[in-house]
Design a protein. Structure first.
Length: 209
């Protein structure tokens, strides 16, 4: 809504130690990239210092109009090879009224993968999709069952402008999850992942002190 809260769509695991320039120069992918895209897609314009010392400022260009060479894109994902980013104009997004988190387990990685593909086919765009297969190891690194697949776990978030909008998406989500033999790990597990998603970055920041 006009005048409402806004936020940046880039949410990397390394948030505690990340920089805006670093995220742009690597075109970083954050937890919310499923909906908002990588960092580069959220960049509107840049100020860059070239190797010659010259300062270049790129312009904000409309995304859906052919406007010639997109200078901004030259500096996104190129690790500073063409210049050092010193200032950036970033797209902001309206803060969603409703955001819900889910933790789902599937009997195999393919089951979960095809469920995610089905979400896309149905036009469902989760804000967060974090899908992985756990290693079947125990404390000490000893394998419990060599060669056996681990748990396939999907952490996902839905956003909407109202609870009714998310309710409608949720109904389709549960139907698809059921079709691929997925099960709900519960809201506590979903919330735990969301709250601890930056823990690796926090640990890294602590080690650097």
């Amino acid at each position: 809504a006009q005048g409402g809260a806004m936020f940046v769509g880039h949410d990397p695991w390394s948030q505690p130690v990340a920089s805006v320039g670093g995220a742009i120069s690597t075109n970083g992918v954050g937890y919310l990239a499923a909906k908002y895209g990588p960092m580069g897609r959220q960049v509107l314009a840049l100020e860059v210092v070239l190797p010659t010392g010259e300062v270049v400022r790129t312009r904000v260009l409309p995304r859906n109009v052919s406007a010639g060479l997109d200078m901004t894109s030259l500096f996104i994902g190129t690790d500073g090879a063409f210049g050092v980013i010193t200032e950036a104009t970033i797209r902001l997004f309206p803060q969603p009224e409703e955001r819900r988190h889910y933790a789902l387990e599937f009997p195999s990685f393919p089951n979960g993968f095809f469920a995610i593909c089905r979400f896309a086919a149905e036009g469902i765009v989760p804000a967060m999709v974090d899908f992985f297969e756990e290693d079947r190891t125990e404390e000490g690194g000893q394998s419990i069952d060599p060669g056996a697949p681990g748990r396939a776990v999907l952490h996902m978030s839905l956003e909407g402008s109202s609870s009714m909008e998310v309710d409608a998406l949720e109904g389709t989500i549960w139907e698809i999850v059921s079709n691929y033999s997925g099960k709900d790990l519960g809201p506590e597990e979903a919330q735990r992942f969301w709250e601890q998603r930056h823990s690796s970055g926090e640990n890294y920041a602590e080690e650097r002190r």
